[in-house]
Design a binder for this molecule. Structure first.
Ligand code: AN0
Ligand code: CP
Length: 318
């Protein structure tokens, strides 16, 4: 594998899931693979799980790890070409990226949507600059439009907990005080659409996602109807995508907060969320603390998805 930014990059999902369960049985099985190889993780945004699980995955594979927080100690980076750099940015990303590439073998990048310009975000301008200019295999640690390490971990988790061959998986929008990226819901939809699950998306009007991610999924605006018979409930807040409203919060309606009311009409659904989660905005204390909540095993699987992805990138170094 030469890069990992979307579901297509991982190849056959069955094979990837088989690798995940192999790694989960013995996470140090490939500890020789990464000897004298260096992973650089570059963060433009905060992280707890991605930072820790990806570093752990790299050490499972015997790699060295360098972490750079762009906003804490690095020079402020200009990202647009052609700008006269007479403001507060000291360095251009077009030099910074190839320099980073000099010191490592693989680069992970976290760079969220900025919500200033939908085209800039949806063209994955920052991630693609890394792919183009670093000279190294690049993987996404959540970019502007997708969070594939999360979605892969989500898929592993559903496979572990599912009670029927073709579970009903419902992704629901939930309220949040601040505008959050569409990367997690886009990516989850992309990965669910690559399976044969019964996948339903529910959200208030105005929160329609990019149609290329929704693809064949069913969209149901009535949340209670969507939850009927669900085996998995996947909650996430996101800001509006459509037109003038791009990046805006349109609703803080706490009727959409996942509570026992909605969980009561499901097929004893498991509750999932990528975390961090705002309690009593996204989900009630009762639901997230219930035995049906699998948010911690879901987070634990981030180590597994990252180990498989780094293993495949190391194998591709040649
Ligand atoms: C981020 C998001 O919604 O994309 C990261 C989630 C993994 N969440 C926040 O910024 C709170
Ligand atoms: N789920 C997830 O990616 O969490 P972090 O933002 O803490 O890395």
């Amino acid at each position: 594998m030469k890069k990992f930014t979307c579901v297509q990059d991982i190849g056959d999902l069955r094979a990837a899931l088989a690798e995940a369960s192999e790694v989960k049985k013995d996470r140090f099985k490939y500890v020789e693979l990464g000897r004298n190889k260096t992973l650089m993780m570059v963060f433009f945004n905060s992280s707890l799980r991605t930072r820790l699980s990806t570093q752990k995955a790299a050490t499972n594979l015997g790699m060295n790890v360098i972490v750079l927080d762009i906003n804490q100690g690095a020079w402020k980076l200009e990202t647009e070409r052609g700008v006269v750099m007479d403001g507060d940015k000291s360095e251009h990303i077009l030099e910074a990226i190839p320099v980073m590439g000099c010191y490592c073998d693989i680069i992970g990048v976290r760079s969220f949507a900025r919500f200033e310009n939908r085209e800039f975000d949806y063209q994955e301008t920052i991630l693609n600059q890394f792919i183009e200019h670093s000279g190294r295999p690049v993987f996404s640690m959540e970019a502007a439009t997708r969070h594939p390490l999360q979605s892969f971990a989500d898929l592993i988790t559903i496979e572990e907990y599912k009670r029927t061959a073709r579970p009903k998986v419902v992704m629901t929008w939930a309220p949040h005080p601040r505008p959050l990226p569409q990367a997690v819901p886009n990516s989850f939809a992309e990965w669910m659409n690559a399976t044969d699950y019964d996948f339903v998306i529910t959200h208030p009007e105005g929160y329609e996602l990019d149609p290329s991610f929704v693809a064949g999924a069913r969209v149901e605006y009535d949340q209670m109807k969507a939850f009927e018979g669900a085996d998995f409930v996947y909650a996430k807040s996101w800001a509006a995508y459509t037109g003038e409203n791009y990046g805006r919060v349109l609703s803080r309606d706490r009727d959409w907060t996942v509570s026992d009311r909605q969980m009561g009409v499901t097929n004893k659904a498991y509750f999932m969320h990528c975390l961090p989660v705002r309690r009593n905005m996204i989900v009630t204390d009762e639901v997230i603390e219930s035995p049906q909540s699998i948010v911690i095993p879901e987070a634990a699987n981030r180590e597994i998805s990252a180990t498989v992805v780094l293993k495949k990138l190391l194998e591709g170094l040649g």
